[in-house]
Design a protein around this ligand. Sequence first.
Ligand SMILES: C[C@H](O)CC(=O)C(=O)O
Ligand SMILES: [Mn+2]
Length: 339
Amino acid sequence: MNGTKFVHIVDTTLRDGSHAVAHQFTREQIKAIAGGLDAAGVEYIEVSHGDGLAGSSYNYGWAALSDEEMLKAAAEVIKKAKLTVLLLPGIGTREDLKLAIECGAKAVRVATHVTEADIAEQHIGMAKKMGLEAFGFLMMAHTAPPEKVVEQALLFESYGADYIYIADSAGAMLPEDVKARVGAVVEKVKVPVGFHAHNNLTLATANCLAALEAGATFLDGACRGLGAGAGNAQTEALIGVLDKAGYRTGVDFYKIMDVAEDVVEPIMQRPQVVRNAPLMLGYAGVYSSFLLHTYRAAEKFGLDPRDILVELGRKGMVGGQEDMIVDVAYQLAKQREGN
Ligand SMILES: C[C@H](O)CC(=O)C(=O)O
Ligand SMILES: [Mn+2]
């Protein structure tokens, strides 16, 4: 039992979940989900295109709504939670961040590849100057050893980040991998540390517990797990598990289950189960956001999505290289023809 240890919950249904609905959330859906999460007591509600502010594009996928429309819809119904946005340096700009604040954002997660924290210096600095809570979010953390993750986390901290997040973007980590990275970072930084899981290997909730054991105090979830690849840790399940394990979250278990079942489940385009391709994402260590792009490329070239994912993993493709998926599929198809 963990006595009275408090775990801060960031729900990312309306951001990571955007990947799972091909960025087509409507105003009504955003209002219903954000309102439900707020009433359930979720502390941070992340709302953005799946790839962050200004992510709507040919490369990442066009969104049904602009950032402004999404954020305003959420802000209209949020009474207590902190409206949070994601920003990837190189995609989102100062202007996007200013707009997000005008729409009610209180926190930003500045996300970089795990070895590229240095590109976030200006963005974290300007977020702090603008009065936002700033998270440094290290993506694809399984690709770097713990010492490297620590080095990068310290950079975020030196830029003024209030919190550091370690993201298992490919859902590729085992609990021991999570403990090694989260534990090493917790030991070296002074700010609180969080963990963002993907369920590609069915380990999202177990990995969240491993992160807490290693000293994390922030966790991400998404209702029904709605997120890229096989999705994220299921917020409602996480709340139940944390309660049983003796942690407090301030989130009402019944209310969050109702948001998941009555509001999120009806809008899901497919059940967030671990099908073969998402499982292969985790096994091959591929960025979860590549899943839908891979399905499309597989269909176009008559390939098995798993073969494309294995090749993407072998090539070490990272977020931002979505355009290379078609290229890899084309090369594989040509090789097959040759054989
Ligand atoms: C931009 C990514 O989708 C951020 C994220 O959720 C991850 O790396 O995982
Ligand atoms: Mn994610």
